[in-house]
Design a protein around this ligand. Structure first.
Ligand code: GTP
Ligand code: MG
Length: 135
């Protein structure tokens, strides 16, 4: 079994999609082991997205992800990292397959509803960043 960090980004929370996303996660068979509604400060946001620091959209991304409350969750299950990325769909919702979270519910590349860790390394780093006390 494996753990991954999921975010329901501020657009997902403000659009009332928390239940929809968590329902899909649970129906897939992933188990929620931590769950929290919070607003990120800029330092945490920059740390979370440090791999994108040199990208032209970095400042915009930090502003977006700190713009309101998000839901952070750790979920666990068989190949959880890949399983959730498959549920989420392609980064740009325009290209995300119907049936995925982004494909069904999104339209814009930045406000694309969810985040999921993309490797065992990033999952470990992100889980520590968001839930430092999780066993
Ligand atoms: P995350 O799970 O959020 O990390 O998405 P991802 O792994 O599918 O995409 P990536 O890590 O490449 O990009 C991180 C986030 O930056 C994306 O989810 C989008 O919110 C945002 N993003 C990616 N590409 C662009 C872009 O070209 N323009 C803007 N404005 N935002 C982007
Ligand atoms: Mg990513």
């Amino acid at each position: 079994s494996e753990r991954t960090l999921i975010l329901i980004k501020p657009d997902g929370v403000s659009r009332g999609l928390v239940g929809e996303v968590l329902t899909r996660v649970e129906r897939k068979g992933l188990r929620i082991v931590a769950l929290d509604l919070r607003t990120l400060d800029a330092d945490t946001a920059k740390s979370h997205y440090e791999e994108h620091a040199q990208r032209p959209f970095f400042d915009s991304l930090v502003e977006f992800i700190t713009s309101g409350p998000l839901v952070a969750a750790v979920v666990e299950g068989h190949r959880a990292i890949e399983s959730f990325r498959a549920l989420a769909g392609a980064t740009d919702p325009v290209n995300a397959a119907p049936g995925t979270i982004r494909g069904d519910l999104g339209l814009e590349v930045q406000a694309n509803i969810v985040h999921g860790s993309d490797s065992t390394y990033s999952a470990e780093r992100e889980i520590k960043l968001f839930f430092p006390d999780l066993a």
